[in-house]
Design a protein around this ligand. Structure first.
Ligand code: AP5
Length: 211
């Protein structure tokens, strides 16, 4: 049966970085609600216009919008190994996912919990740079591009995400602790804890060993 994995953890824990590695090396499909929403914001779709208000303030986008988006995505991904990156983030989202997976004859194989202190999150997000063209993720100190502020993969100038400003990072961390961390208990029987402070290759090895 196809695998279904959830990546759970605070902003900046490395969920996107590890999803990319599992996508490139192991053929997983990444479903990142954050990436889908940013794409919708860029294209100014009705979803994007609605979501932007919440994202700019570091708040969660309403459950209903997110659940509809995931339901649509799942239709396209029969027989694929999936990583949910940054979804679910609330108990209603987790309940909705449970129903959607049952309908598709799938089950959750593991919930990988990324463990990292808040201070490290702040350092990671403040130094993050992303490619607006191909989505590659860098860090000015931990994973710099070869040429200053230019994407190694496609040569596009890198940008800083709007929500990687210090005051928004703090809000996103609060939201994680208040609204999303409750899922640690919700998924207690499927949780696998990973030390997310190790370097990306070490984190990848640990995740592979538990999948
Ligand atoms: P989203 O895009 O999901 O952001 P997030 O969860 O806050 O996660 P990030 O993308 O910030 O971090 P990450 O864990 O992927 O870290 P990364 O690998 O980039 O959500 C954005 C917004 O959209 C939310 O605030 C909300 O408004 C909305 N939203 C999204 N999903 C939603 C949902 N389900 N419900 C409601 N609203 C939703 O790494 C970070 C940095 O660290 C990078 O610079 C990277 O190079 C570096 N790094 C990574 N790993 C390592 C390592 N091991 N060592 C050193 N540096 C590392």
């Amino acid at each position: 049966m196809s695998k279904t994995i959830i990546f759970l953890g605070p902003p900046g824990a490395g969920k996107g970085t590890q999803s990319q590695l599992l996508k490139e090396r192991d053929g997983f499909v990444q479903i990142s609600t954050g990436d889908i929403l940013r794409e919708a914001v860029k294209s100014q779709t009705p979803l994007g216009i609605e979501a932007k208000k919440f994202m700019d303030e570091g708040k969660l986008v309403p459950d209903e919008l997110i659940i509809n988006l995931i339901a649509e995505k799942l239709e396209e991904l029969e027989n694929k190994n999936i990583i949910f990156d940054g979804f679910p983030r609330t108990v209603p989202q987790a309940e909705a996912l449970k129903e959607l997976l049952i309908k598709k004859g799938r089950k959750i194989d593991a919930v990988v919990l990324f463990l990292i202190p808040d201070e490290e999150v702040v350092k990671r997000l403040a130094g993050r740079r992303v490619c607006p063209n191909c989505g590659a993720v860098y860090h000015i100190l931990y994973n710099p591009p070869k040429k200053d502020e230019i994407c190694d993969k496609c040569g596009t100038p890198l940008i800083q995400r709007d929500d990687d400003k210090e005051e928004v990072i703090k809000r996103r961390l609060e939201v994680y602790h208040q609204q999303t961390a409750t899922l640690i208990d919700y998924y207690k029987d499927s949780i696998v804890k990973v030390d997310a402070t190790a370097n990306p290759e070490e984190v990848y090895k640990t995740i592979k060993s538990v999948l």
